[in-house]
Design a protein around this ligand. Sequence first.
Ligand code: SAH
Ligand code: F3S
Length: 464
Amino acid sequence: MQNISFTKYKTSQEIIKAANSRPDAPKLFVETYGCQMNVADSELIMSVMIDAGFAVCDRPEDADVLFINTCAVRDNAEQRIRNRLQALAHLKKKKSGMLFGLLGCMAERIKEQLLEQEQIVDIIAGPDSYRTLPALVAKAKEGESAVNVLLSREETYADISPVRKDTNGVSAFVSITRGCDNMCAFCVVPFTRGRERSRSPQTILDEIRQILAEGYKEVTLLGQNVDKYNWNNEEVKFAQLLKMVAELDPQLRVRFATSYPQDFTDEVLQIMANHPNICKYIHLPVQAGSTRMLETMRRGYTREWYLNRIEAIRKFVPDCAISTDIIAGHPTETEQDHFETLSLMQSVGYDYAYMFKYSERPGTYAARNLPDEVSEEDKSRRLDEIIALQSKLSHESNKKDVGKTFEILIEGESKKSKHKLFGRNSQNKVVVFERKDTKIGEYAHVKITGCTSATLMGELIEPN
Ligand code: SAH
Ligand code: F3S
């Protein structure tokens, strides 16, 4: 097998081309579910496998090895993946020797039992075991059981250059921390992704220099709780890292996710305020509106603390958009708690929200100690009320933008018309406009002329 020298090639596309030109290289297909961290992990997986001699393909039916990078955060995510596996099962019948791997959080949660539950699966690999994937594939080929679900306190894959295959070439994800130490009552992530650890600033900056050289215009720094970023006993904390990244290139847009209310500092806000290229957008999950519920969820902050953080955002970065995550029907939630969630949403006036029905996850504090006893009916009704309120708030937020002009980074063609492009403004809102002679990857100035609750519509104006 011909080895690929990664340093010889400038871009992911060149690496993929070189990998795919090797005669007889077995083909890999990777399908990704869940959060942005999984998207970034799939790019590491791609890199590890290409390094081990694999080619990559665009369709599952062409693959010799098919990996599904999974999510376990709610039961319906796992159900979707099980259904997908069933839908792919016929491929194995057609192609003898084809191998299926389940990777990521669901693999970590269910471990080797998955081999029994889903008989078509050959390989099980948790989020800290991706370096061993080629060895696991080799084992599976020999008919041996191929499972690695060891979690690590150190692994950050800092030295692996991700191969960005399914990308728009404009916007890239870079992980800065892995794992989570928060142990929110409802959440399975600390069990599937292990302990919190930070990656060295040097390797983060090097990776961003590399994507800049490849022509990317935007980076999103990723971690379950980016505010806990901590290198070498607080020598570099998140605020300093953010500053270093922003100062690499004023043309590079910088985003980050996810922020945690307890740990989110004014220092970060000051750095945002002082660097125009740090996008004015914060994702600050609240989960619930009453202090009683937040305590039950073991979130470590009160309603008042959270609202104080919102005030700080408004003070330091007045034009900042704010989004959140909300769970409806967490164990012990009463109508009064639910009402406080709605009232908090109203007083913050979120620009956007990700809203979920509580789903019990085996092994979590809530599953062990708090019976899942809010009725299905109440959960659904509360979620519907939350969604209806957010749709109203998003629409109100968008209406305020009509008449304003924003700098947009153009990301792609509108789904509805090839004469239109879409991009995002600093506040992370999607803006659709007539393309004229603009191109994907460029910045453009767009005046907003209309909106729905989900999208802003506008027209190009000449920059002055
Ligand atoms: N800190 C992480 C959170 C990961 S989970 C981050 O970077 O986004 C994403 C969201 O899923 C959580 O904020 C929460 O709102 C939701 N969630 C987590 N566990 C859940 C559960 N058991 N039921 C319903 N929603 C859940
Ligand atoms: Fe989950 Fe709470 Fe961490 S939601 S990922 S345990 S911050």
